[in-house]
Design a protein around this ligand. Structure first.
Ligand code: AVI
Length: 372
């Protein structure tokens, strides 16, 4: 079951409408299924024709990491940017987090997307889907299945820094959906959004930013990111954004402290990355994972806390970092939104919310927005 916030004229959806949306989805999914191409046996040549991989950042990653680590670990308090979680191992750990019973975000967003996807497609009529931070693109399949039709070709552009996950996902998608072409942009968001593949092209574009990743940005950075998506949009283009919502603190705390300890491993993975890439000597056992919800700032904070007073050398930076006992590194924030804070976010990015979908428990939001 689903609620839609009434965000504009003519939008007085009720639960009855949602039932209808579900029925449309079933019919449409059936029709599209019968068009699936498929099976790896159908050939790598076709596959290569329909997938292009573009790397935009070769050579800069390492310098960025060095600069960010020096800046973050010599500052007060110590911080590290969350993007460095996601090497191959980190991306796999994140996929595992999504499967833990405590991490509701992925499941709730996926279910909500299934419920509303036909409405989203009818509203946005995309010829090109541009996804930021797509990772394994699993949820995107729901969207692609609904957006592909018999006559018009669909182009999918995925932007992420995790090359392996992107390429695997791209290959899977073109096997599964026959009229689809894929451009894989191995890039950060800024470079990806400015890529000529994103700037050029016919037809409506639907930009997609799912998973609640917008919450990993401070407010001003989130406004800047949405503004830079907006800068690539024509009047008929749209943005589909997923955002996690403020809810019971215990539910939030559990989601970032799963019993199996996958999130703890994911958190510590940033130290592995620094050890490997910058020849550092972090002892992972001497740091503990700590994540908690701060209701005043409406955000989860994730930290790595030093169990002891220690010095850690980072050879490639010619730097030794001192830690007091219980001193922590802030490794990630994950902001949680209200209907009002989401409205403010889009307003400040000069965008208008056209649809705001949420499940009955209000756990998550999917928003379709257009340029003001
Ligand atoms: C990617 N991002 C939306 C996740 C989140 O929930 O903020 C990353 C994550 N960190 C710990 N668990 C998941």
């Amino acid at each position: 079951m689903l609620h839609l916030h009434n965000t504009g004229p003519g939008l007085s959806e009720t639960h009855n409408d949602i039932t209808v949306l579900g029925a449309q989805r079933e019919r449409r999914a059936h029709r599209v299924d019968s068009r699936r191409l498929v099976g790896p046996e159908e050939g790598i040549a076709v596959l290569n024709d329909r997938i292009h991989i573009h790397k935009t950042q070769q050579g800069t990653d390492h310098a960025d990491l060095a600069q960010d680590v020096r800046y973050g670990l010599t500052g007060i308090p110590k911080t590290l940017p969350p993007k460095y979680f996601y090497d191959e191992r980190g991306s796999e750990l994140f996929e595992q987090i999504c499967d833990t019973p405590e991490y509701y975000l992925t499941r709730v967003e996926h279910g909500l997307l299934q419920d509303v996807v036909n409405d989203v497609v009818a509203l946005t009529d995309p010829a090109v889907i541009v996804e930021l931070g797509s990772g394994s693109s699993k949820k995107t399949e729901v969207l692609l299945r609904a957006a592909i039709d018999e006559v018009s070709p669909l182009r999918y552009i995925s932007i992420d820094i995790s090359e392996q996950a992107l390429v695997e996902a791209g290959e899977r998608l073109i096997r599964r959906f026959s009229p689809l072409t894929v451009d894989v942009l191995v890039a950060d968001y800024e470079n990806g959004l400015n890529h000529e593949r994103v700037r050029n092209g016919e037809g409506n574009k639907l930009f997609v930013f799912l998973g609640g990743t917008i919450g990993n940005f401070e407010h001003d950075d989130a406004v800047e990111l949405i503004s830079s998506i907006r800068a690539q949009m024509d009047d008929d283009d749209r943005l589909l954004l997923g955002a996690d919502r403020v809810k019971d603190t215990a539910v939030l705390d559990r989601a970032y402290n799963d019993e199996e300890g996958v999130t703890a491993q994911f958190n510590k993975n940033v130290l592995r990355v620094i050890n490997r890439e910058l020849d550092a000597a972090f002892d992972l056992e001497s740091f503990e994972h700590r994540a908690f919800y701060d209701p005043h700032r409406a955000r989860i904070e994730m930290h790595l806390v030093s169990r002891l007073s220690q010095q850690v050398t980072i050879s490639a930076l010619d730097l030794t970092v001192g830690f007091d006992r219980r001193e922590s590194i802030l490794t990630e924030i994950s902001r949680k939104f209200t209907v009002e804070s989401l409205a403010r976010l889009f307003r400040e990015a000069d965008m208008v919310i056209e649809r705001h979908y949420e499940p009955e428990n209000g756990y998550f939001s999917l928003i379709v927005a257009r340029p003001q």
